[in-house]
Design a protein around this ligand. Structure first.
Ligand code: MN
Ligand code: MN
Ligand code: MN
Length: 294
């Protein structure tokens, strides 16, 4: 079945605000998207829906459709994988407590990094790193910043080389749940689980097919086919994979901050024809002829 892609819509189903690691507040992300002609937007902040209420208000004011979204971290064969959740019920109590656990996992990792680096002798390292990330959960770059500020090392590269980089004490793996569990959270909240940016994991074609198979077994229904920063070869490869595995196709800019023209809201390479868009399967389908009542 060949379904022509929509031309009258501009659909961006992956972007970030200050609710996670984006540079703009949710309302500004929505305004920027609207200015760039986006008609349907999902704000997919990492492991949170905290930006949704503000985004909702702006979306209503600008007349664009906001689809519930988030981007969840999980592990698959000890690799961190990102799963985008779309069109779920953000008020679902099970989903809300799952997001709280994700947040607790982030803090547990930050504490573990601080403990491992304790022998360096920086007092209140975790507090300082937290201040450095403006009260949010600090990651390795924030710890690196503190080590520079405290004079332990002379620059960020040295902080990674000696203390935080691969194989060093501060290289603490993230405490994420397994892929199956995270997909289930989205399904249980009535949403669609989307495998995010499949080419970003640098898997071989065989490994990627194995990831897709496990994802589908877990209840995953869609994958991103068009994302920023991929080659036309990647796009063709992913479209073919999507077709063969009968997954729904999603697209999104993964916008984080202004000033990177290759990664801008609404700037999305058109997906090849012949794949089924995920938005046809939203609770309020986008781009399908409206069924007229009898
Ligand atoms: Mn991010
Ligand atoms: Mn991601
Ligand atoms: Mn993202």
């Amino acid at each position: 079945m060949t379904i022509p892609q929509e031309t009258e819509f501009c659909i961006d189903l992956h972007c970030h605000s200050t609710a996670s690691d984006g540079a703009l507040p949710p309302e500004e992300v929505v305004n920027r998207a609207a200015d760039r002609g986006v008609t349907h937007l999902a704000l997919t902040d990492h492991d949170t829906v905290a930006g949704m209420a503000a985004a909702e208000t702006s979306a209503a004011a600008r007349g664009i459709a906001l689809i519930a979204g988030t981007e969840l971290s999980c592990v698959w064969h000890s690799k961190t994988i990102h799963i985008v959740g779309l069109d779920f019920d953000p008020a679902d109590s099970g989903f809300k407590s799952a997001l709280e656990r994700q947040n607790a996992n982030r803090w547990a990792r930050a504490r573990a990094i601080a403990d491992k680096l304790d022998r360096i002798g920086v007092e209140d390292l975790l507090d300082k790193a937290t201040r450095c990330s403006n009260g949010d959960v600090p990651g390795r770059p924030h710890f690196a910043r503190v080590l520079v500020d405290e004079g332990v090392v002379t620059n960020l590269a040295q902080a990674f080389k000696r203390h935080l980089g691969q194989g060093k004490p501060g290289d603490v793996k993230a405490f994420w749940p397994e892929l199956e569990e995270v997909v289930q959270w989205i399904v249980d909240a009535g949403g669609i689980a989307v495998l995010a940016h499949p080419k970003k994991y640098r898997l071989t074609a065989t490994k990627l097919r194995s990831l897709v198979a496990d994802f589908q077994r877990a209840g995953g229904k869609a994958m991103e086919v068009s994302t920023s920063g991929q080659s036309s070869g990647d796009l063709g490869f992913l479209a073919e994979l999507c077709r063969r595995e009968k997954l729904l196709a999603s697209q999104g800019s993964d916008f984080h901050f202004p000033g990177a023209p290759w990664c801008e809201l609404g700037r999305i390479t058109k997906m090849p024809d012949g794949i089924e868009p995920v938005w046809h399967h939203f609770k309020q389908p986008v781009g399908l002829p409206v069924q007229s009542g009898a």
